[in-house]
Design a protein around this ligand. Structure first.
Ligand code: PLP
Length: 372
């Protein structure tokens, strides 16, 4: 998708905010605990390379990505710090993992056996860095039985094809006020660790929510994602441990303003009919940009005043009801602050009945990212 720079719609990313969020977390962590910045999915929509750079400046010492390709993107941009791929990798990509020095998770002994067979025919030069994943209750990836985990460890210790670099788990409810299930998962992880003859370089259990609200249980590395972008992992369920600075704002401009007579239909399906003569403004953003149809009825800031989206959101444009005439070119804020008012990503998420993670990731590649 081509980035549409010839229209006034853009996401503005405050890299200083990302740096500060990381700095604040690093300052809270015990000295021997690393912070890996999670920059998967294009840095949660904020831009992988730029946010990775800001995170390094803030004190991150490594990165997490979701896919091999995302790891390669960072290496090709020149990052030399440790990079952990979080998703299951294919045995067929072992050559890439070695060449690009990407650490990766292993969840089954079968994977290790297949990899060993593959390596006999396709030897690699750099060591393959394995993080054993323990499924303590997320039900996604990871060893379920401690016996199997232990046999993977023993196997890894006996051969030289792989370096056993880490062991980790992922919590399903670290962002909830009720920590019963979190405690169960943590107990299972502690039991799994206790079965092991030794521990590897990295033992890690913390996403942002764990780091913020269960700091005692993160191990010696934190996988810091959403909070680095300034968003409260819990939405509104738990208070922020320290103020997080949202990094992304989304802005556009009015491209046309017109006075419509009473009874005029607005947008596809004529779902809004002006109840009286009304000023209607058109904003060049739509669902192809990630501003979804469910945003109908939400209010945007026009020069700091709230104005409701009326009629259906189109693919590339939407219409808002204005209290009076505004000149074309007037600033419209979809996410962020204007004149003392603020639309948070959390508010957008509530309108969409989702989480702000999804709002950030849904902003499409068509929207230019401008960095300040
Ligand atoms: N660790 C793993 C395994 C993840 O899947 C994720 C995100 O999905 C993270 C860490 C980062 O989580 P958060 O963005 O909540 O900090």
């Amino acid at each position: 998708m081509v980035v549409s720079i010839h229209r006034p719609t853009k996401a503005i990313i405050d890299l200083k905010a990302i740096k500060e969020n990381v700095e604040n977390e690093v300052a809270r962590l015990p000295k021997a605990t690393d912070l890996f910045a999670v920059v998967k999915a294009n840095g949660y929509g904020h831009g992988a390379i730029e946010t990775a750079t800001a995170a390094l400046e803030g004190g991150a010492s490594g990165f997490c990505v979701a896919t091999v390709d995302e790891g390669i993107e960072l290496r090709e941009a020149g990052f030399s710090e440790p990079i952990l791929v979080l998703g299951i990798v294919s045995v067929a990509d072992i050559g890439l993992l070695s060449y690009y020095n990407l650490s990766f998770p292993v969840s089954t002994n079968e994977w290790l056996q297949e990899a060993a067979a593959f390596l006999q025919k396709n030897p690699v030069t750099n060591p393959l860095k394995v993080h054993l994943k323990v499924d303590t209750g997320m039900g996604r990836i990871g060893f379920i039985s401690n016996e199997e985990l232990l046999s993977a460890v023993k196997w890894l210790q006996e051969q030289s094809l792989f370096t056993w670099e880490g062991v980790f788990t992922h919590f399903a409810t670290a962002d909830q006020a009720d920590d019963t299930y979190w405690q169960e998962q943590n107990q299972r992880f502690q039991t799994a660790l206790a079965c092991l003859p030794e521990l590897p370089r990295y033992v890690h259990a913390g996403n942002s929510a764990t780091a913020l609200w269960h700091a005692e249980a993160v191990g010696n590395m934190v996988r810091y994602g959403i909070a680095m972008y300034g968003l409260n992992p819990s939405g509104t369920a738990l208070p922020e441990t320290y103020p997080l600075k949202p990094a992304l704002s989304l802005v556009s401009e009015l491209v046309q303003v017109k006075l419509l007579e009473k009874g005029a239909g607005i947008g596809y399906g004529e779902t809004y009919i002006t109840p009286q003569a009304e000023w209607i403004g058109t904003v060049p953003i739509g669902y192809a940009d990630g501003w979804l149809r469910k945003m109908q009825g939400f209010s945007l800031l026009v020069a700091g005043e709230y104005c409701e989206i009326v009629g259906r959101v189109c693919m590339d444009q939407l219409m808002i009801r204005l209290p009076r005439s505004f000149p074309a070119g007037t600033k419209v804020t979809l996410i962020g602050e204007d004149n003392g008012q603020c639309i948070t990503m959390q508010k957008v998420a509530e309108q969409l009945e989702t989480i702000h993670y999804e709002v950030a990731c849904t902003l499409s590649a068509r929207v230019p990212r401008e960095y300040k």
